[in-house]
Design a protein around this ligand. Structure first.
Ligand code: FES
Length: 160
């Protein structure tokens, strides 16, 4: 176990972190309950944060702007050794990974947009003919109902 240096000591109050990171205190509480950031209790039982929490919050905010869910952010951050704060290289790697995820989502949404052409002004939501409700009827062999819209990986696998 290493002795924390003065620089590593958790000294920032939740209010200081909120102000410096430009986020609401409630957001910090939420991030903490989701395991995205961590605080320590001081002798007065007040929450204190290490200074590097600011970089961690910057990564979280940037990822959220990319449309990455908090769950995905949490999963990615949890892979860092000893839950360390992401370095510049970590961020480069994470943003590449998330960019690929965004490409998948964009491709999926493009397919949905193309399929919706036939639905405009229709409203039938037919299990037999609606490409949005049951595209290519590709899940009919496996189960009942239209469960494919939120499962693009499954749709691709079924088509191949
Ligand atoms: S709603 Fe009729 S084809 Fe989709």
């Amino acid at each position: 176990m290493t002795t924390p240096t003065t620089r590593d000591e958790p000294r920032l109050s939740v209010g200081q972190v909120a102000k410096r990171a430009d986020v609401a205190v409630s957001a910090l509480h939420f991030y903490e309950t989701k395991g995205l950031i961590r605080s320590w209790r001081n002798a007065g039982n007040q929450r204190r944060f290490k200074k590097d929490v600011l970089r961690r919050i910057a990564v979280i905010k940037a990822a959220q702007k990319m449309g990455i869910s908090l769950l995905e952010i949490q999963e990615t951050l949890s892979k860092l050794p000893e839950s360390r704060t992401p370095t510049k290289e970590d961020w480069a790697s994470m943003s590449r990974f998330w960019q690929a995820k965004l490409d998948e989502k964009i491709a999926y949404m493009t397919r949905v947009r193309d399929m919706v052409d036939g639905c405009i002004g229709c409203g039938c939501l037919s299990m037999k003919s609606c490409p949005i409700y049951n595209p290519d009827d590709i899940v009919a062999k496996e189960c009942n109902g239209a469960v494919i819209l939120d499962q693009p990986e499954r749709a691709r696998a079924a088509k191949n």
